[in-house]
Design a protein around this ligand. Structure first.
Ligand SMILES: *[C@@H]1O[C@H](CO)[C@@H](O)[C@H](O)[C@H]1NC(C)=O
Ligand SMILES: *[C@@H]1O[C@H](CO)[C@@H](O)[C@H](O)[C@H]1NC(C)=O
Ligand SMILES: *[C@@H]1O[C@H](CO)[C@@H](O)[C@H](O)[C@H]1NC(C)=O
Length: 512
C-alpha cells in the first residue's frame, strides 16, 4: 500500500469525523465565502453549445463537503447586462459528492453576461462573475482567426497521445495520390466522406451508399469552423463502424479517419460521433450527455446495488456469453438483452427481452460492465462519469481516449473471452475501498478529459497537425462547388433510419 493511499484514507477519516454531529464544525452548512466556483463557463471566450462550470461546497472550517448539502443549496442566475430580455436556460446539477455542475445554454449571443451564484441570498466565492464583451452563441459564425489564441482560451492540451501515435504512421503522404487511391480502394464497398476545408469553409463529396452518418461529422465541422479558423486540409472520414486500413506500416498506408480504432488497423481516430453529437446537443435534443450523467449518478457508493449490471443489444457473441453468465450467477451479475437483431434469439438460453432501462438508472448499481458491441462500446465515457466502478473487457477496439487510461487505476480489466469476469466481480466485492477508489479515478478522468471543451480541442489539435503539412492538402476540384452551410435536420435522419430499420437506431441507444 503506497503512502498516498494512506494520506487519502486519513483525510477521509478526518473529514468524516468533522462532519458527524459531535464534530462541531460540521453542523454549519456551506459557507458562501469559502465555497469554490470555477470552470470554462465563467469565461466569455470559451464558446460551447452548452457552457458549464462547477461549484464545490466548503464549510466554515474550510473543509470540502463530500456529500450533497442539498440539491437546492445554490441558486444560479445568468443574465445579460445589456439585454433585459435575455433567454438563457440554466441548470444546476447536484453531483452528490459535495460538488455541483452548472450548465447554461443561451438562445442568442449577448454582451456582458452576468453570472450570479447565490447561497441563500449571499454571493458565493467571487460572484457575480462578469463575462465581458461578446459572449457568442453556439450558432454565431465568429471564428477566432488565430488557432493558437483559441487553443489557449480553451486551455487545450498541447497534444494528445493518441494523435501522436496515429500520425506517427504517416510521416509523409502524397495527397494527390490519396485523393485518387482512397476512393478506389474503399469508396465502392465502404461509406466515406471526403472533406475539404479551405479558407475555413467545409466542402464535401461522399462515396458509397450509406452516408447518412455524415451529418454528425458535418455538424461538428461546421460548429468548429464557427469557433476557430481551421487550417486548410483534406480528410477521408469513414462513416461505417469498423476501422478500414488493414495494411501494415511498412506497406503503403492510406490515412482514413474513423470513430473507432483497432489494434490491427491503422485508422486515425476521432472522438466518436456519439460523444461529438452529445456535446453539440447538450441541453438540446439529447438527454444523455457528459454533463447530465454527472447529475444522475444514482445513490452514494454505499447504497448502490452490489449486483453488476449490463443491458444492451446482441451485437457481439461475447454479449451472448455475458447474458448466459448472468443467468448462471444472478447474485453476481444482472445482464439482459433489450433488443435482438444480430443473432437468432433463443429465449431458453438468453432469457426474455427486458424493457429498455434509463441510462441514469444504471448507476443504482455499483459494478458496470463495458463490453464491445459491433466495435468499442460508445457508452464507456458515460459509464466512467457515473461514479460506479467500470469493469472493462480487454479489446482490440479503442476510442480516442483509451490510451490515456490505466487498467486498475481507472477501471477493472477483464479478459476478452470473459473467462475471469466472475473472479474480477468477486474481487471488487471483496475490496470495496479499492473498487471505490478506481470508480472515483475513472470519474475524475471523465470529468476532466471527456467534456465538450476537450472534444473540441481534440479535433482542433488533430486538424492542426494535419494542416501543418503532415498530410498536405491536395484540393480536388470539387471544392469549387458550394460550401456546406447547415446540416439537414438530425431528427429527420433518425426518423428516416427508424422507418428503414437502419443503423440509425443505434444512435438513440448510445450504441447500447
Ligand atoms: C476541495 O475541492 C476542490 C475542488 O474539487 C479541490 O480542488 C480541493 O483540492 C479540495 N480540497 C481538499 C482539502 O480536499
Ligand atoms: C439488486 O439488483 C438485483 C438484480 O437487478 C435484484 O435482484 C436485487 O433485488 C437488488 N437488490 C436490492 C437490495 O435491491
Ligand atoms: C490491444 O492493444 C492494447 C494496447 O497495446 C493491449 O493492452 C490489448 O491487450 C490489446 N487487445 C487485443 C485484444 O488485442
Amino acid at each position: 500500500m503506497t503512502s498516498p493511499h494512506h494520506s487519502f484514507l486519513w483525510s477521509f477519516v478526518l473529514l468524516w469525523a468533522l462532519r458527524t454531529p459531535s464534530g462541531g464544525a460540521a453542523d454549519s452548512g456551506p459557507s458562501a465565502a469559502g465555497s469554490l466556483v470555477w470552470g470554462p463557463g465563467l469565461e466569455a471566450d470559451v464558446v460551447l453549445p452548452a457552457r458549464f462550470f462547477f461549484i464545490q461546497a466548503v464549510d466554515g472550517a474550510g473543509q470540502n463537503f463530500t456529500s450533497s448539502p442539498g440539491e437546492k443549496t445554490f441558486q444560479v442566475k445568468v443574465s445579460s447586462l445589456s439585454e433585459p430580455f435575455s433567454r438563457i436556460w440554466v441548470q444546476v446539477l447536484d453531483r452528490k459528492d459535495g460538488s455541483f455542475v452548472v450548465r447554461y445554454r443561451m438562445y442568442a449571443s449577448y454582451t456582458d453576461l452576468q453570472i450570479q451564484v447565490l447561497l441563500k441570498d449571499q454571493n458565493v466565492a467571487k460572484s457575480p462573475y462578469i463575462l465581458k464583451g461578446h459572449v457568442y452563441h453556439e450558432g454565431c459564425d465568429c471564428p477566432e482567426p488565430d488557432g493558437e489564441v483559441w487553443a489557449e482560451q480553451m486551455r487545450c492540451p498541447a497534444s494528445f497521445p493518441q494523435i501522436q501515435r496515429d500520425l506517427s504512421a504517416f510521416p509523409r503522404v502524397d495527397p494527390q495520390l490519396n485523393a485518387h487511391e482512397i476512393p478506389q480502394r474503399f469508396g465502392r464497398r465502404q461509406s466515406l466522406c471526403h472533406y475539404t476545408i479551405k479558407d475555413n469553409k467545409v466542402y464535401i463529396k461522399t462515396h458509397g451508399e450509406h452516408v447518412g452518418f455524415r451529418i454528425f461529422m458535418d455538424a461538428f465541422l461546421l460548429s468548429l469552423t464557427r469557433k476557430v479558423r481551421v487550417p486548410d486540409l483534406e480528410l477521408f472520414v469513414n462513416l461505417g463502424d469498423w476501422p478500414l486500413e488493414k495494411r501494415q506500416p511498412h506497406e503503403k498506408l492510406h490515412p482514413i479517419f474513423s470513430w473507432c480504432g483497432s489494434n490491427d488497423t491503422q485508422d486515425i481516430v476521432m472522438p466518436t460521433y456519439d460523444l461529438s453529437e452529445s456535446v453539440l446537443e447538450t441541453m438540446g435534443r439529447v438527454s444523455l450527455d457528459m454533463l447530465s450523467v454527472q447529475g444522475n449518478s444514482g445513490p452514494p457508493w454505499g447504497q448502490k446495488n452490489q449486483t453488476a449490471l449490463w443491458r444492451g443489444r446482441d451485437s457481439r457473441r461475447e454479449r451472448l456469453e455475458l447474458v448466459k453468465l448472468g443467468r448462471a450467477h444472478p447474485d453476481l451479475l444482472d445482464a439482459a438483452f433489450t433488443n435482438f437483431f444480430f443473432f437468432k434469439h433463443d429465449e431458453g438460453l438468453y432469457g426474455p427481452l427486458v424493457k429498455h432501462m434509463s441510462f441514469f438508472d444504471f448507476f443504482k448499481y455499483k459494478y458496470q460492465i463495458n463490453i464491445d458491441g459491433t466495435v468499442a462500446a460508445y457508452r464507456f465515457p458515460y459509464l466512467l462519469a457515473g461514479g460506479s466502478v467500470v469493469l472493462k473487457q480487454d479489446s482490440a477496439y479503442y476510442e480516442h481516449f483509451y490510451q490515456e487510461l490505466t487498467p486498475w487505476e481507472h477501471y477493472v480489466p477483464f479478459k476478452a473471452d470473459l473467462s475471469d469476469l466472475l473472479e474480477k466481480l468477486r474481487w471488487a466485492r471483496g475490496h470495496d475501498e479499492q473498487a471505490k477508489r478506481i470508480a472515483l479515478a475513472g470519474q475524475q478522468f471523465a470529468r476532466t478529459h471527456l467534456m465538450g471543451d476537450s472534444v473540441f480541442c481534440y479535433y482542433f489539435r488533430l486538424f492542426q497537425v494535419i494542416g501543418a503539412g503532415r498530410l498536405l492538402p491536395y484540393f480536388s476540384r470539387f471544392f469549387r462547388s458550394a460550401p456546406l452551410r447547415s446540416v439537414k435536420s438530425v431528427a429527420s435522419f433518425l426518423l428516416m433510419s427508424f422507418y428503414v430499420g437502419g443503423g440509425g437506431l443505434a444512435v438513440k441507444e448510445v450504441a447500447l
